[in-house]
Write a protein of this length. Structure first.
Length: 465
């Protein structure tokens, strides 16, 4: 077999392949055998029909077509390996010449990974938010914990902000009570914003037995998005009583003996959260700076597939789980379809560029993924998916997604390498040292996965890059 490669543009090549006819022998034998099992000819046992009879009865052309279809993938793969290219997606194959007993010639056009030069990235500098935990942050955290231990007591007075009311609701659209628009015995904290718009104003000032009517846009159900006339009746008013902020509360709500110890722990937890956010911010901003340094041509077909995949995952997975249509989502977001398409394309371009650049870094820096790193990543992905590690691992193996997970970890290591070489300062001008971050690679893997879109929807729906 002879092959040659022609570069059509930075992301597409044409392979020209010449195959001597004798190299089709195995595929021709397989074609005759397959046809033998499928047809019946009088005077011959099934599977024992001579090749010359098959040629006479069904045509040599049918045999050649079957043989060529069987052989093409093997010859294409050999040509790809010989040319040392990295194909993306499926090729467009054109058989240019097929002479029985002489030769098979074909061309294959396919998108390829572009050649990328990674420049010196040690000069990258980014600024991130400083890690600051104020007394107000701590008070807010403790108050949230305190609210969880609040008690309620029925009162005989008008409902006020912060009270818990028990209510019956009835929603009408165009004068008709909705089948799913009636609810009784609903517990609601005034001011929480957890129910319909306008309900706080309607129930405030009502005593038990009081009723009111208001208009609100429904957030779900059969008439989602429509304006409804809602009748509300208060059946009970209860006041919320918060526990005293003292050592007794600390002992009741936590493992600590004193309120000071509880507040110190709250400060530590908030600092850890802000440090995690700071590290993620550093990785995101370093990635953006790195992408600015590298010119990456984007294959058109790959970009089209990526845009379609992102739309599919949003519409059929994320929005589907929330009971939203794409049109409703755009209405909530205040975006036009054109703006959404432009944003999706921009995200897709960044995702493809991120994957190409980080994969090139993996190769350049000779980064490998250990079994321990892969296992840790699998555990994290399982946790975020709501599946057990065993269930997630089984789904990954059965779906052939192990290489995808390896790629995620490898790209995380590549991004972490760049972050370590970059200069990161906070808004106070202090240098931020991320070298002690034990989860740096995992955090970077999540940032990279978010950029490439691999954290959205089904991995199996992703185009092969």
């Amino acid at each position: 077999m002879k092959s040659a490669v022609e570069t059509l543009n930075p992301t597409r090549v044409r392979l020209t392949v010449e195959v001597p006819f004798e190299e089709l022998k195995d595929s021709l034998d397989a074609a005759y055998k397959k046809i033998n099992q499928q047809v019946t000819v009088k005077g011959f046992r099934k599977g024992k029909i001579p090749a010359r009879v098959i040629d006479q009865r069904f045509g040599r052309g049918a045999v050649l077509e079957e043989a060529v279809n069987d052989a093409l993938p093997k010859f294409y793969t050999e040509a790809v390996n010989e040319a040392a290219i990295n194909p993306l997606g499926q090729p467009e194959v054109d058989i240019t010449e097929l002479k029985d007993g002489e030769t098979l010639n074909f061309t294959a056009e396919v998108d390829v990974r572009p050649s990328i030069e990674i420049p010196d990235y040690s000069g990258i500098e980014v600024e991130v938010d400083a890690v600051e935990v104020s007394d107000e942050d701590i008070e807010k955290s403790v108050d949230q914990l305190r609210s969880r231990f609040a008690s309620t007591s029925p009162v005989e007075r008008a409902a006020a902000d912060g009270d818990v009311v028990t209510i019956d609701l009835e929603a009408k659209v165009d004068g008709e009570v909705l089948a799913d628009g009636v609810a009784n015995g609903v517990s609601y904290t005034i001011g929480s914003g957890e129910l319909l718009d306008g309900i706080d104003e309607a129930v405030t000032g009502l005593e038990a037995g009081g009723e009111a009517t208001f208009t609100s846009q429904l957030k779900g159900g059969s008439a989602e998005g429509k304006d409804a006339e809602v009748s509300v009746k208060v059946t009970q008013v209860a006041s919320r009583e918060l526990p005293e902020l003292d050592d007794d509360f600390a002992q009741m709500a936590s493992e600590f003996d004193t309120l000071d110890e509880l507040k110190a722990d709250s400060r530590k937890r908030l600092e850890n959260m802000k440090q995690y956010d700071q590290a993620t911010q550093a990785q995101e901003r370093v990635l953006d700076k790195l992408l600015e340094l590298v010119e990456v041509p984007i294959p058109e077909k790959l970009l089209e597939d990526e845009v379609n995949t992102r739309k599919h995952n949003l519409e059929h997975h994320q929005l589907g789980q929330m009971g939203l249509t794409l049109d409703k989502y755009l209405e909530i977001q205040g975006k036009t379809a054109e703006e959404f398409d432009a944003e999706t394309k921009e995200q897709a371009v960044k995702g493809i560029k991120t994957q190409f650049v980080l994969d090139e870094l993996v190769s350049k820096e000779k980064l490998n993924v250990s079994q321990e790193e892969l296992t840790e990543h699998l555990m994290r992905r399982a946790s975020s998916s709501g599946m057990s590690p065993d269930q997630f691992a089984q789904a990954v193996v059965e779906g052939g997604q192990v290489p995808m997970l390896v790629g995620e970890v490898a790209r995380g290591k590549a991004l972490a390498t760049v972050v370590e070489a970059a200069t990161v300062k906070d808004t106070k001008g202090e240098v931020v040292d991320l070298s002690d971050d034990e989860d740096e690679v995992e955090e970077a893997a999540e940032v990279a996965a978010e950029a490439t879109g691999e954290s959205e929807g089904d991995a199996e729906a992703k185009p092969e890059v």
